[in-house]
Write a protein that binds this ligand. Structure first.
Ligand SMILES: C[S@@+](CC[C@H](N)C(=O)[O-])C[C@H]1O[C@@H](n2cnc3c(N)ncnc32)[C@H](O)[C@@H]1O
Ligand SMILES: [Zn+2]
Length: 270
């Protein structure tokens, strides 16, 4: 059965409890558990509203990450979780996408893992992993999680919401957020653009959170197939902003070597 643990009702904020098919609060608000095992707790938007990546993009992201190209990042997140939490502590993957990092962490460490994303297509794939984590659909602007209930949250390449993140973190809770490093995918950008720019490594606006550490992860990877190159391109913002000449240059490659680089900013509540 799904672990309702830290979840709260998105309507009245009371604790949610799970049975086989439903999450329910004391006031009788109830939310169906989908057959894949996730729950949609998103209250905004119209019924049937499907936000974020479409099914094909979500699957392509999953298949790419599954090949392990970004595992240096997964290992860095795991090292942070090992350092700042102990067995049984609650860990939340904010904007979890299709759950690659949640799954990775739950295989490596004995933590109570939760993950959410605004995209139902992503969360459905995450739940299909059956990795023991609880996945739900929600918006960072209104997270259906109880106050001060999360020991460590991690948050990779996604929008930041300092007030909500501070609210759900335990009093000594930690949030690890990753942004692209200066040279991240620079080799890809050199193919796409005449004058590629380095990333600015700008930390998020983390009002109310105290910086405790900054970690850098950088290595070189080689993509060996056209399919992997296309999948990576589709995962990046450049997919939407590249002139056709750049796209054509990329389509001619069957291998691509480049740096991947991440900056992890670590904050404590308070
Ligand atoms: C670049 S992807 C990163 C996904 C995952 N963290 C990873 O690294 O594989 C950004 C994710 O943020 C999610 N997202 C964007 N805005 C959101 C919001 N307001 N609330 C929750 N998730 C959001 C998107 O649906 C998307 O899955
Ligand atoms: Zn309720």
């Amino acid at each position: 059965m799904l672990d309702a643990g830290i979840l709260r009702c998105p309507v009245c904020a009371q604790a949610l409890h799970a049975d086989e098919r439903t999450l329910r609060c004391g006031s009788g608000h109830s939310f169906d558990i989908a057959k894949e095992g996730y729950c949609n707790l998103l209250r905004t938007g119209k019924p049937g509203d499907s936000r974020g990546d479409n099914k094909e993009m979500a699957r392509s992201r999953r298949d790419f990450l599954q090949k392990g190209y970004f595992d240096p990042l997964a290992r860095a997140v795991e090292a942070c979780a090992a350092q700042y939490t102990k067995d049984g502590d609650t860990v939340l993957d904010i904007c979890c996408g299709e759950g690659y990092y949640t799954d990775y962490l739950s295989q490596q460490l004995s933590r109570r893992c939760f993950g959410f994303d605004i995209s139902k297509n992503m969360v459905r794939l995450a739940a299909k992993r059956r990795c023991g984590a609880t996945f739900f659909v929600a918006n960072i602007a209104s997270i259906p999680v109880r106050d001060a209930s999360v020991k460590l949250a991690f948050h990779l390449f996604a929008p930041f919401h300092a007030a909500e993140f501070g609210r759900i973190l335990a009093d000594d809770g930690i949030i690890v957020t990753a942004v692209p490093g200066k040279r991240h995918l620079f080799g890809l950008k050199q193919v796409l653009y005449e004058t590629p720019y380095e990333n600015d490594e700008q930390p998020p606006k983390a009002d109310g959170l105290t910086p405790v550490d900054t970690l850098r992860v950088q290595t070189s990877v080689t993509l060996h197939t056209e399919e992997d190159i296309a999948a990576l391109f589709q995962m990046t913002p450049y997919y939407y902003h590249t002139p056709s000449a750049g796209k054509q240059r990329l389509a001619q490659l069957d291998a691509l070597t480049m740096d991947i680089a991440f900056v992890l900013y670590i904050y404590r509540k308070g």
